[in-house]
Design a protein around this ligand. Sequence first.
Ligand code: FAD
Ligand code: SIN
Length: 524
Amino acid sequence: MAQQHQSDILIIGSGIAGLSAALCLADKHHVHILSKNKLCSGASAWAQGGIAASTHHEDALAKHKQDTLTAGANINDKEAVDTIINDSLACINWLKSQGVLFEHDESGPKLRQEGGHSERRIYYVADHTGRAIAQALIAKVLAHPNITYFEYTTAIDLILEDRRCVGTYGYRENDDVVDVFTAQHTIIATGGASKVYLYNSNPDIASGDGIAMAERAGVATEGMAFNQFHPTCLYHPQAKSFLISEALRGEGAKLELPDGSSFMHKFHADGELAPRDIVARAIDFELKRLGTPCVYLNISHRDPQWVKTQFPTIYQTCLSYQIDITKQPIPVVPAAHYTCGGIKTDLNGKTSLDGLYAIGEVAHTGLHGANRLASNSLLECVAMARQVGKHIASASFVTLPRIIKPWDDSKVAASDQKVVVSHCWHSCRMIMWDYVGIVRSHERLARAAHSMAFLGMEINNYYRRFRVNRALIECRNLVMVAQNIIESAQKQSKNVGLHYNTDLDDNTDLEGNCSTPTARHPMD
Ligand code: FAD
Ligand code: SIN
């Protein structure tokens, strides 16, 4: 039977952003967490490389900020860059206080380097940093008396009263009912939308639900054209969404063509450690030039024992596909990885709607600009969770309406044509991959807009006629986010960072710096 649940704070999403926010708020407030799946089902637990942080040394901070701006093509929000990077070491210390054990030796922390970073500043735990952090935070959440969590509960739409967000409707999968969740403050922490692309590195939950819910509530979003493609995902017919961490390139792995020759030096002076947009476009260029399905990442020149210890998950996973990375190159292709755009927030995590906050990958603080620097995402999750915690501690609490109208499904029928949802889901992701991918054009974007408008009509029509289930909720959101990405891409008047349209030849950022040496003509 459907129920109503009330709390001080409602957090939608249980990745590192949501869990951190819960822990920052629960000592003083009663917190409810909704999770579409198990608590640790988001992208957070899949993070491999680590979390970027700089010491309070002026020089170290300045370099980290500059690398973030360079990767972001200088359209980052400078205040966000300052605030979040200045807080980075405090975030690491906070995570340590929650029980995270980063790699270290007697002389201090061991640090890694990834593409776009001018020095070693990435804290890590082997090649499963995200899992280590998520496990530590979940242990704290489970032990906290003020936190109640609802697994397999999918937020559908925000509830608005007097132009204020007072909660959400949530579909409880196990009982097949829709409950009402109300709270003084609602925090969206639902992660990204990379599932909108056919090939991606993300877990299945990444359907952009938070972004779509916010849009339907009239909340501003920003930067949706900037979808990051990770250069190296495992290419294997049976491997779904498996990432080969950039940390391998940080430790000397080389990108190679099928004939064993390296090519990244032709595209950027930093070679394999160029920012991600450049590496992904360079690979895309070579794949199309040679008509080959993949390129290769080779770390077999390093000591095998060292490789196995440093990258145990990658070693074991590749081995399960008969690829021994200590002996042979790994077949790789780029895949959609990170949503740089999202719900626009200020540096307290506040959105344009009263009572509503957004943090983590779902949000757009402006930290990443036109392209995220590797390992700045986990940093943003923790830093913004801490900020939202501080802000809500000083915010006023309002009186909520006592009874919210329950979910009404009296006029809809049980779904009898599930194929509509699966068809729509598949078509949407194909369209995005084919027409709105790493390299775009006016014509491809126009095709995508046209086809997506039709899918939008179809799925919304279906949604109005049939009872909700998780697949339907996700598919409706996916198409809405896809439309947002296409629209944002069509509005771009120049190529900047992750947005690359062959019909726009201007390749400069707003301050006139060339940010993306073109991958179209490496020999020019
Ligand atoms: P997530 O961890 O994705 O969590 C989202 C949560 O929201 C989940 O609990 C999900 O169930 C829930 N949810 C979603 N929709 C709903 C809904 N409608 N109702 C209820 N709950 C919902 N970044 C780095 O900084 N360093 C790295 O090394 C790194 N490696 C990565 C490796 C991989 C393979 C991937 C995919 C990403 C990586 N990233 C990395 C990016 C980083 O992991 C993510 O950006 C970050 O973890 C996002 O955290 P989050 O808390 O915002 O969302
Ligand atoms: C990786 O380990 O390559 C992913 C890092 C990131 O996305 O920040």
